[in-house]
Write a protein that binds this ligand. Structure first.
Ligand SMILES: [Zn+2]
Length: 263
């Protein structure tokens, strides 16, 4: 098994996103003037395994709209096809595509994918609620049209410390696990490498490893307590199984993947 980190440009987010205040100002601060982070990577992942090539998330596209708390910088050559090419891969090599959640910087690249794109059924259902569609319109981040989203259930029982899971490969070494919080149906993808070490493609369960250890929810999680419970589950999993923790926007994720540094 080989995990490739793909980078589809960068995003800067308001500090109030990463270091959310508690209480009623948590979301309000996102819309008020404030300092910004340095550019953070927008990673997605290509996993070469015995059964083929799995893509986890599809990254952002060059026509992304900035929103009040995120500014995107994606050149056309950094989009999914270019990001795959830099890893020596093409879209034609991809057998399966799965999304951690339906935020623009994870799903927009799905426009490049011809085949089905797997999404947790709870996440897909949430994206179609009136509240979610209004929010998508306000921030001009609609779910891309003409993508063949296919819902999957986390019906594979517990996996390690995770309460719900679903295998994504025939040999059971790649598994989607429940990691709700950042969004209601957010999932992460666990890969068990050839040495038995676990790598957790964490999506936006947290933005960084530091945020995981601090048990600090971001400013957009609908229910911060759900985010914190997921962080505790990830840490509990890491205590049982050496796990390389790979959030999508952590500037340290690539170095951690290359060094195999575990939680
Ligand atoms: Zn997100």
């Amino acid at each position: 098994m080989r995990i490739h980190a793909l980078t589809t440009g960068t995003v800067r987010v308001k500090r109030a996103f990463l270091y959310a205040s508690g209480g009623w100002r948590r979301r309000l601060d996102l819309f008020l003037p404030g300092p910004w982070s340095s550019p953070l990577p927008i990673h997605c992942w290509a996993v070469e395994h015995a059964g083929g090539l799995l893509l986890v998330d599809t990254g952002e596209t060059a026509d992304a709209h900035n929103i009040p708390f995120a500014r995107f910088d994606v050149a056309s050559g950094q989009q999914l096809p270019g990001a795959l090419a830099r890893a020596g891969l093409t879209l034609a090599d991809v057998d399966t595509v799965v999304l951690t959640h339906l935020h623009a910087d994870h799903m927009d690249g799905a426009v490049h994918v011809g085949g089905p794109v797997l999404v947790h059924d709870r996440e897909l259902a949430y994206s179609r609620t009136l509240a979610a569609r209004l929010a998508q319109r306000v921030v001009r981040q609609p779910v891309p049209a003409n993508v063949d989203f296919q819902a999957f259930a986390l019906d594979g029982g517990p996996f390690g410390a995770f309460a719900q899971s679903r295998p994504l490969s025939d040999d059971g070494r790649i598994v989607a696990v429940a990691a709700a919080g950042h969004t209601p149906g957010h999932v992460a993808v666990l890969c068990i490498d050839d040495d038995g070490r676990h790598a957790l493609l964490a999506g936006d369960a947290t933005d960084t490893l530091e945020q995981l250890h601090a048990l600090r929810p971001d400013a957009v999680a609908p229910k911060p307590a759900v985010s914190v419970a997921t962080m505790q589950t990830i840490l509990a999993h890491g205590r049982e199984h050496p796990t390389v923790y790979l959030p999508s926007h952590d500037p340290e994720s690539v170095a951690r993947l290359q060094a195999g540094t575990t939680l």
